[in-house]
Design a protein around this ligand. Structure first.
Ligand code: GLA
Length: 692
């Protein structure tokens, strides 16, 4: 038996690898001391036997095997092309340990090789794992799991994610029980409904304390997850592509990377690992040293009603408010007057834009802003030149129900990809465009990994040809957010909801994985277009300033007072964005369930800002003190309210922060917390902190 340990900052994974079978995980948890005896670790994990069991416990290996009589769900289901089930018996073929650990196993009779790969990141604390199946002759692979890890025994619950258009990242909590919790996303895209992750909090874990394990599957084509508790009490977690994603016989099948985090500092420890890993390892930034520019996006201002006069007037106001990047959304291309036509025809509409886009782009550059443009490359309307010329490029039958009046294009087709590349690259090469909002507004007729691979390929090709262009992943808002798409993009449009109250909640839960610098957040219209709610400009602006800030209303609707507030908050964002870009988002445990609060903490711990959003009506009269987290207990911190002008006349007392700063120890801030002034629902306090 050989033992391997994989260490990443706060976590250790230990594998035991016999020569005559697949390896299994003997430990996944807090980092073990150097020199820990791994054989003893494995011995301490071995289960006893009693009645009703086999004479030896089939191991919960990195790919549990049917042939080994494993009593739960197997990690591999493979058949010969005629449909005969194959039940491989793998033995060790080779090990390579460089920066990554690679363990290969073969079944020589069947000509199958299974390879597990692990990489550990000492700075972010993430372990990345994947599985590959190679076959000498074509086989059908119905299911291939990324390395299967044991679920912790002290977890009573699991959290995975549901959601919908305008309400993404909804945590779903399920108690562990014998049997399976399965997620199988057959929509062909990550989906609002299926963010591919699981969090396994140990009993008593909160945002700020306790143990949690977490996994994220970095794939944009839909995932399958199994969280199974066996009758013997063991638990296993499997992640892979959604069922039947690779429907044809092949000689190589590969899972996406599975990202594993462990924390003994509450859910925040896992969240910070994911945030840092996405920001520092997955995303490649065209201009890493350039501040995140404040966006203006015209969608909710004008929809399809484009005119140079209106857009230049809007751009003037947006620039005066502080916008630095102007994104021309849907409606600029040939015949696109509503959402029923023209997707696929990526040439400039000559009626709306008789002189092309250059006059607008010049005007925007004249205001000191850069220019971005909307595309939805993977889609086509039936009423389009492209669909008329190439009905054969449509994915699935033309009798399928449309989604937003559109079909999906077959991205596995290299000719189609060449065509899309040419159309987009021509637009980029003939205009000064430094940003693409890349949309994807319907589900696929069926899931197909080749579609996702085709999209990744096109994105890579465009990025290679235009490395200076930044890309935003949008999919009716947050329908395609995952670490797979983020390897090709730099920003996500988290939600089509610009409702500040909804956003506050979505941002809070998305922060379990997403850092602020990739998370787009816009100040919407006074009356929200997706909820009909009216929120103050202060609340809307501060919620947007929590993430990568932008505006999306018609700025001509703003009163002078609203414009002044928005200008002030935007200036605050600009003054702070550089350190916020590399800050950790720490979710706070608010004693009042009506409060959604977070602390964004600088990488060096010298400063922080707390956003305390009031997301409902509190049951008690006075605000409950808010406890901070992650501070040095012995250090002193000066805290101050950044938006004192928002104190309402209903606050009649004298809490200290109403009149000036306070200096307190980290211990006091983390134990007792701070009493905030009375405030109204749908408002937010901003508290800035500096280490003395
Ligand atoms: C999707 C996006 C919106 C907008 C529209 C344009 O719904 O999420 O932000 O770009 O498409 O049609």
């Amino acid at each position: 038996m050989t033992h391997y340990r994989i260490d990443a900052l706060r976590q250790t994974l230990v594998l035991a690898a016999p020569s005559d079978g697949l390896p299994h995980c003997t430990f996944w948890g807090a980092r073990l001391p150097d020199g820990a005896d791994l054989a003893q670790v494995a011995a301490s994990a071995a289960l006893d036997l009693t009645g009703g069991m086999l004479d030896a416990n089939p191991e919960l290996t990195l790919c549990p095997q049917t042939a080994a009589a494993f009593p739960g769900q197997p990690g591999l289901v493979v058949r010969s092309p005629d449909g005969t089930p194959l039940r491989p018996v793998f033995t060790k073929a080779g090990t390579k340990r460089t920066d990554t650990l690679s363990l290969a196993y073969t079944d020589e009779d069947l000509g199958l090789t299974l390879t597990f790969r692990f990489a550990a990141d000492a700075a972010t604390g993430i372990i990345t794992a994947s599985t590959t199946l190679d076959s000498d002759t074509p086989v059908l692979c119905d299911w291939l799991a990324a390395p299967v890890l044991p679920g912790p025994q002290l977890a009573d619950q699991m959290i995975d994610f549901a959601g919908r258009w305008c309400d993404e990242f909804q945590p779903v909590t399920t108690p562990w029980a014998t049997g399976i919790r399965a997620r199988d996303n057959r929509t062909g895209r990550t989906g609002h409904e299926h963010f591919p992750a699981i969090i396994l909090p140990a009993r008593g874990c909160t945002n700020t304390g306790g143990e949690a394990h977490a996994l994220h599957y970095g794939w944009s084509g839909g995932h399958r997850m199994l969280a199974e508790e066996l009758p013997d009490g063991r638990r296993q977690i499997q992640f892979g592509h959604a069922t039947a994603s690779d429907p044809l016989p092949g000689t190589r099948f590969e899972t996406a990377p599975l990202y594993a985090a462990f924390s003994d500092t509450g859910l925040n420890g896992c969240a910070v690992s994911f945030q840092r890993h996405l920001r520092d390892r997955i995303v490649t930034w065209p201009q890493p040293d350039t501040p995140r520019p404040v966006h203006y996006n015209c969608w909710e201002a004008i929809y399809f009603d484009h005119s140079l006069a209106a857009l230049t007037a809007i751009a003037d106001r947006a620039a005066a408010l502080g916008a630095e990047r102007f994104v021309l959304d849907d409606g600029w291309f040939k015949g696109r007057n509503d959402d029923t036509t023209s997707l696929g025809d990526w040439t400039i509409d000559a009626t709306k834009w008789p002189d092309g886009l250059t006059p607008l782009i010049d005007h925007i550059h004249g205001l000191g802003m850069t220019f971005g443009l909307w595309f939805e490359p993977e889609m086509v309307n039936a009423d389009s030149d492209l669909a008329r010329a190439h009905p054969d490029w449509i994915l699935g039958p033309t009798t399928q129900p449309l989604g937003r009046g559109q079909y999906v294009l077959d991205m596995a087709n290299a000719d189609l990809r060449d065509h899309l590349f040419t159309q987009i690259t021509t637009t980029l090469s003939t205009h000064d465009i430094e940003y693409i909002k890349w949309d994807h507004n319907r589900v696929l007729p069926y899931n197909d990994a080749a579609q996702t691979r085709g999209t990744y390929d096109l994105l890579k090709r465009l990025r290679d040809a235009h490395p200076e262009v930044e890309i935003e992943s949008c999919s009716s808002g947050g329908g395609r957010i995952d670490f797979g798409i983020m390897a090709h993009t730099q920003r996500v449009w988290l939600s089509d909801s610009n409702d500040a109250l909804s956003r506050l909640r979505i941002q809070h839960d998305a922060a379990l994985f997403l850092p602020s610098c990739v998370t787009g957040s816009h100040v919407g219209p006074r009356t929200c277009h997706t909820t009909g709610r009216i929120h103050s400009i202060s609340f809307r602006a501060w919620v947007a300033a929590q993430r990568h800030m932008g505006f999306e209303m018609d700025p001509r609707e703003l009163t002078d007072a609203e414009a002044a507030t928005l200008t002030k908050v935007t200036a605050w964002y600009k003054a702070n964005r550089d350190w916020l870009r590399t800050a950790d988002i720490l979710r706070l445990d608010a004693a009042d369930p009506a409060i959604i609060a977070e602390q964004q903490q600088a990488a060096d711990g010298t400063r922080f800002v707390v956003f305390a959003g009031h997301a409902g009506t509190s049951t008690q009269i006075a605000p409950r003190p808010l406890r901070l987290t992650g501070l040095d207990p012995a250090a002193s911190y000066t805290i101050d309210l950044a938006n004192r002008e928002d104190i309402s006349s209903l606050s009649r007392g004298t809490p200290a922060l109403k009149s000036g700063p306070l200096t307190l120890t980290g211990q006091s801030l983390m134990s007792q917390g701070i009493a905030l002034p009375y405030d109204l629902p749908d408002s937010m306090w901003i508290i800035e902190g500096h280490r003395a």
